[in-house]
Design a protein around this ligand. Structure first.
Ligand SMILES: [Zn+2]
Length: 316
């Protein structure tokens, strides 16, 4: 950060974007970050496998959920299945995230991903790969990796491993992006599914991506449940990816303040998966200009909390 002192601490604040999908390569991403005033971005790998949907048990479960959605009345299962298979093809591997982070260590922090729906040996291999590549944690996507955090042995394994190696978990909560945008498909991404693991693991930071609130049809769907989880467990954080609009509503800001608190809320964009093509700058300004947040709370959300969490000593 520049050394000059501004009378307005929000004129040029530290901004760390904790949720970015680097599908576009380093240069385009750095251009967007520079124009938005983002100093650092946390880049997420997503480990998925289209073959998972060919597993008879997972296929049965996914079909069962599909037929409880409103779409089931007007869309054929085969159409949904085709989109799912295509979306499950991995785009950002652990290797890609690690290479980007290594090429720009002053701008990028890399998180890997492990498909927890796989057998334990495969999960163990992925965790070792993440460690070897120097990635700082793992991104998990329960509905697309076909695991339920409340019952998955692999999820407990991942929590134990992150706790032992000083890594963080960033886990999608709320509804998924299409075609997982119906409540029925996203049950495994309900914040309460984390309670059994949180009863056992008190150290590993677990970031609830989207603060349980992302949903096309029911925005704010599990907002209250996410806040309660943060209130109950001090190692729970929340990111504002795709839901920065939460800070535009006074009652939601008050609920956040009296439950999880603003020391554990992280600015995040979900770039480039951003609804209506809004810019990262626009999302930063929602926080910066919110009439309901104190200046210190804004500075914490925008960058100071993430700096503390990821051990970045740009600020004290
Ligand atoms: Zn995302």
């Amino acid at each position: 950060m520049a050394e000059e002192t501004h009378s307005d601490p929000l004129a040029n604040p530290l901004v760390i974007d904790t949720h970015v999908h680097p599908k576009m390569g380093a240069e385009a991403l750095l251009t967007e970050m520079d124009s938005a005033g983002v100093q650092r971005a946390v880049l997420l790998a997503v480990e998925t496998d289209p073959n998972d949907l060919r597993d008879p048990e997972r296929l049965r479960q996914t079909r069962f959920r599909f037929f409880r959605t409103p779409e089931a009345r007007r869309i054929f299962w085969s159409e949904i299945e085709a989109v799912m298979l295509q979306k499950l093809t991995p785009k950002v591997t652990n290797q890609v995230a690690a290479e980007l982070a290594a090429a720009h260590p002053d701008r990028f922090i890399g998180l890997g991903s492990a498909n927890l729906g796989k057998d334990p040996a495969s999960v163990e291999n992925h965790l070792q790969e993440i460690e070897r590549l120097g990635l700082r944690g793992i991104k998990l996507l329960p509905f697309a990796q076909f695991f339920d955090p409340a019952t998955s042995e692999n999820f407990l394994r991942a929590c134990a491993w992150c706790e032992a190696t000083g890594r963080v978990i960033l886990l999608h909560t709320g509804c998924g992006a299409p075609p997982w945008d119906a409540r029925a498909f996203s049950e495994d991404a309900h914040p309460d599914r984390l309670r059994p693991a949180l009863e056992k693991y008190h150290q590993v930071p677990i970031i609830l991506a989207h603060l349980g609130s992302y949903s096309k049809d029911e925005p704010g769907i599990w907002f209250e449940e996410a806040l309660q989880l943060g209130k109950d467990y001090p190692n729970v954080y929340g990111d504002l990816a795709a839901v920065a609009w939460l800070v535009e509503q006074e009652w939601r800001v008050e609920r956040m303040r009296e439950t999880i608190g603003f020391k554990r809320i992280l600015f995040a964009s979900d770039y480039p998966a951003v609804a209506n093509q809004v810019s990262v700058r626009y999302m930063i300004d929602l926080v910066r200009n919110s009439p309901y947040l104190e200046v210190d709370e804004k500075l914490d959300i925008l960058g100071r909390n993430a700096a503390r969490l990821f051990g970045i000593d740009a600020v004290i």
